[in-house]
Design a binder for this molecule. Structure first.
Ligand code: ADP
Ligand code: MG
Length: 779
């Protein structure tokens, strides 16, 4: 946009002249205010924010004092310079956060840990909470126990030390014109230097009564003497609370974000079209970003959240709608759904499909014969029988001359599925291979070759399937089990190995419709909403750690009756080694406790052959107790096992406990689940009680989502797009429906607006947002 840049450079000249003419307002004809007003009219409206800011600053310039003029011109020049950058630098928003005011290389590293890499990341790093410090009180009005903000003066200091560790205690006597109190800081000697007696300041904190006076412990403060128009960031307002990382304080981060907002927010373009903003009464983007960080009231903050959520939902859904349309325009293999092989398989099953399975199978057959690629999510609670459906689809693909790739998240599950499916497929003459990272190299080479030549109709495996070496001759069906463990990218990678193959993704995680549409909006959804007949609900007990012996005595009695048990110890994050150690410790302990039983141990570091052997022995009943880490969480199916003991159950999410519990209750025997937990922790008991009360995965998942939010629920550490979305979604399902409908409307109508959006979608930062925040989430 060269004309804009020329214009801006001209403005910069004018401002420089004004500075050298000592703010005389004579450097240009008709005065500076008029000149700027005319020039800025040239800029299109959607950039109204920075232009508006300039106009505000220049207002009544001719009537101002010298100091005011100087201040305004310097500030405007700053904005114009940044505007030049904005128009010249395509990657304006991608600029490293390091260049934001007050950041620099060291702090940039800290910010990176919070997933803040660019300036745009910084200004959209929204608070996780707020603290209302907007109400100023007098010391005489304070009631002990309340959180207040007071305006006081430092009188003097006492300095002592803590008894044991000799940490310095800095105790300041503070007063306003109604009384006095104490502010106490531990280990912060510098306070005496930064707040010498006589300093006036605002203090926010909880007022504690000690003897006869009020005392604040480590309160937040901000001094009054730092310039006239200073805005308080930490006290005397609704204060944002950010998620931090060590080395970064709330105070520092608030200042950094505040400065970045001042410098950059006026250049934010509004990606939401005007007609939508008007139709739904949505705040402008720059305002909403400010209000989200530094709200003027909780009401405006709520409007800001609404606006931000709407934007995210709209573009998420737009992206999904686009994907969906793209898929619908593809043509896929048309399967003949009359298959003797399928009938033969159904006849060989020792059971009849449940009604729900029948219904889902019909839906899938319809997709497979439609000529468009199936894109279906199959949801069904643990044990509802999804594998049979996958097998049916695989057999149909085979009968139609197509290959199937079946991807699962763990090696154990891959091995187990492989063994089960082999038993099913071999009698039908269907060859199947297992491909994981521990498949021997030579064997891998053969599998690659056979797949490429089309000699191998079915392959089941882990992420190893998406390696480049894996190619197919005629891939017609892709199945992904426990799909929440995979990213969108991984799913797509496997899918792209065929020419628009059919896709079936399966999950046992029952999620509310709203969230399902956010996450899987481009998929059709089928639900198996009934369990095979004759299943007895697992009876679940909750015990405190002190009662462990009781649990194991019960286990002993049950095993003596011929049953088998899993004992699970928790996943230790980021360390397979520590995890293995803790499993081993438990294993040794149980061996001592149950000298007469055979006990097996399985964790992520046990080599494949040994693992297979142990699983087989367990399957055959030669091992009575299997000590395991969460490697057995998904999919493992051993109907003989009827007892599940989960140690440190409080460390698991409910959905995960439900998965683990789903490993038992698969046979006709009554099954039991024992949760051993530290019940003292915050609402641990209440949370775990849900498990005792219900076996319904849907109820549990909802509760879990409610308690932990979807970020954690889906095991992602992203800084909470999902969380933000979800919180607002549960409150405002309607907003979501609107955003979704509007997005699908845009795509459906194919109107000229679509190009505009495409531009926005391609827009660097938004793409990054779509990429960065969605792809990384493990779905
Ligand atoms: P999930 O949905 O958790 O993957 P599985 O497919 O592993 O469940 O099935 C759980 C168990 O139920 C398996 O042992 C399977 O053979 C059995 N099963 C599946 N469908 C039926 C049915 N219609 N009737 C009886 N048992 C079934
Ligand atoms: Mg399964």
């Amino acid at each position: 946009m060269p004309t804009e840049i020329k214009l801006l450079k001209g403005l910069k000249n004018i401002l420089e002249n004004e500075i050298s003419s000592n703010f005389s307002d004579k450097s240009i004809k008709y005065g500076l205010e008029k000149a700027l007003a005319v020039a800025l009219k040239q800029f299109p409206l959607w950039n109204g924010f920075w232009t508006q800011k300039v106009l505000d600053l220049i207002k009544d310039y001719s009537k101002r004092t010298y100091e005011e003029r100087a201040q305004a011109v310097v500030r405007i020049k700053d904005i114009i310079e940044r505007a030049i950058e904005f128009y010249t630098d395509e990657n304006f928003w991608e600029k490293s956060v390091q260049f934001a005011k007050g950041v620099g290389p060291h702090r940039a590293k800290l910010l990176n840990r919070l997933e803040i890499h660019t300036i745009y990341d910084l200004i959209t790093y929204y608070p996780r909470d707020y603290d209302d410090r907007s109400k100023l009180k007098k010391i005489s009005e304070i009631k002990p126990g309340e959180r207040v903000t007071i305006k006081v003066k430092i009188i003097d200091y006492e300095e002592t030390k803590t008894l044991y560790k000799k940490i310095p205690i800095i105790k300041a006597k503070i007063s306003d014109n109604t009384g006095w109190a104490y502010a106490v800081w531990y280990g912060q000697k510098y306070i005496k230097q930064v707040l010498p007696p006589g300093t006036e300041l605002l203090i926010s904190g909880e007022a504690k009564r000690l003897l006869k006076h009020i005392e604040f412990e480590n309160p937040e403060y901000e001094t009054l003497d730092e310039g006239e128009d200073k805005e308080f960031l930490n006290v005397g307002r609704i204060v944002p609370i950010y998620s931090l990382t060590s080395g970064l304080t709330q105070k520092v981060l608030r200042k950094i974000i505040y400065d970045a907002l001042t410098d950059y927010s006026i250049f934010l373009e509004d990606p939401l079209p005007k007609y939508l903003r008007e139709k739904y009464n949505l705040m402008d983007k720059p305002v909403s970003v400010w209000e989200k960080h530094f709200p003027t009231s909780f009401l405006t903050m709520a409007s800001a959240s609404k606006r931000i959520t709407f934007e995210e939902l709209f573009f998420l859904q737009l992206n999904l709608a686009k994907k969906r349309r793209e898929i619908e325009e593809l043509s896929a293999p048309v399967f003949n759904i009359q298959s003797e092989l399928v009938e033969k398989f159904l006849g060989s099953l020792p059971f009849k499909l449940t009604k729900a399975q029948e219904k889902v199978w019909e839906e899938i057959k319809k997709d497979l014969s439609s000529g468009r690629p199936m894109h279906r999510l199959l949801q069904g609670d643990v044990g509802s029988g999804k594998t049979v459906i996958a097998a049916l689809a695989t057999i149909l693909a085979y009968d139609n001359g197509y290959q199937t790739a079946f991807m699962v998240p763990t090696e154990i599950l891959a091995e187990q599925h492989y063994n089960r499916l082999k038993n099913i497929f071999e009698p039908l003459g269907i060859k199947i291979a297992l491909l994981t990272s521990s498949t021997p190299k030579k064997e891998k080479t053969y599998i690659y070759l056979d797949l490429a030549e089309g000699k191998l109709p079915v392959v089941i495996g882990t992420h190893a399937l998406i390696q480049e070496e894996v190619t197919f001759k005629k891939l017609g069906l892709v199945i992904i089990d426990e799909q929440h463990r995979f990213g969108v990218i991984q799913r797509a990678k496997l899918w792209k190995k065929g020419e628009a193959p059919h896709l079936l993704v399966m999950t046992a995680t029952p999620i509310p419709r709203s969230l399902a549409l956010v996450l899987y909006g481009e998929l059709d959804i089928s639900i198996i909403d009934e369990l095979p007949p004759g299943r007895k609900p697992v009876i679940t007990y909750l015990f405190s750690k002190k009662e462990r012996r009781k649990v194991y005595s019960f286990v002993e009695k049950e095993i003596e009756k011929g049953k088998q048990a899993f004992v699970v110890c928790p996943l230790i994050e980021e360390s397979e080694k520590l995890e293995a150690e803790s499993a081993k410790k438990l294993y040794e302990e149980l061996k001592k406790f149950f000298p007469r039983f055979n006990i097996g141990l399985i964790h992520g570091l046990v080599p494949r052959e040994e693992r297979t052997r142990i699983m087989e022995e367990f399957q055959k009943g030669e091992i009575q107790i299997l000590v395991a880490t969460t490697v057995i969480e998904v999919g493992v199916d051993i109907p003989n096992a009827s007892i599940m003991v989960i140690e440190n159950a409080d460390r698991f999410g409910l959905a995960q406990l439900h998965q683990l519990r789903g490993r038992v209750g698969r046979g006709s025997e009554q099954s039991y689940c024992f949760l051993i937990a530290d019940l003292k922790g915050e609402n641990a008991k209440e949370r775990l009680k849900v498990m005792v009360e219900t076996n319904d995965g849907f109820v549990i998942a909802n509760k879990d989502l409610e308690i932990r939010g979807p970020g954690e629920f889906f095991g992602t550490k992203q800084h909470g797009t999902l969380d933000v979305l979800f919180v607002d979604l549960t409150k405002d399902m309607k907003l979501f429906e609107i955003a979704r409908n509007e997005a699908f409307e845009v795509i459906k109508n194919q109107n000229e607006r679509i190009e505009e959006y495409e531009k926005v979608l391609l827009n660097k930062w938004l793409n990054k947002y779509l990429r960065g925040e969605l792809k990384e989430i493990v779905l």
